[in-house]
Design a protein around this ligand. Sequence first.
Ligand SMILES: [Fe+2]
Length: 188
Amino acid sequence: MDNIDCAKQKIRAVIAGSQVPEDPRHADNTLEWLLRLEPDAGEALQLAALAHDIDRAIEEVKVRRADFDDYDAFKAAHARHGAELLRPILAVCGVAGDTVDEACRLVEVHEVGGDPEADLLKDADSISYFDVNLPLYYRREGWAESKRRSLWGYQRLSARARKIVENIGHKEEVLTRLLREVIHEHVH
Ligand SMILES: [Fe+2]
């Protein structure tokens, strides 16, 4: 097994322990969307896609929403902690230093983007929320919180990614209705 496969396997094993039921599916689905958006995505970007929410997987140390007044401050702390957790996993697998640095940098900026690679990760992550997280999120959090989270997620999509999300269909009629409202109400 090469270094990158070792790292992917270890990342998946950590995320499998998450108490958030959508997390394992979301990690692989974000990687799938990344490769659909950019089939030539490099190793660092692929590792970051798989690992970006690794902070959420470790209950004892994860960053908690209740500790932050501001949702964006919470998300920034979540991203920074994820990068800290990822670094030793990549090192143990012998991933090259510059790839480790870049993967951790990308995890740290995955909520905000800011350069072409980080923007790809942000789009893949956000599309995946609408693709696989939303049904479970809705069941757990209900209409108001799911709509707030969806507006926040839709707002951060590129024009290209918005077109993709507009074509995502859900079996549950209520989710289709929620998505329609989000698309019509977001700030242009
Ligand atoms: Fe995510």
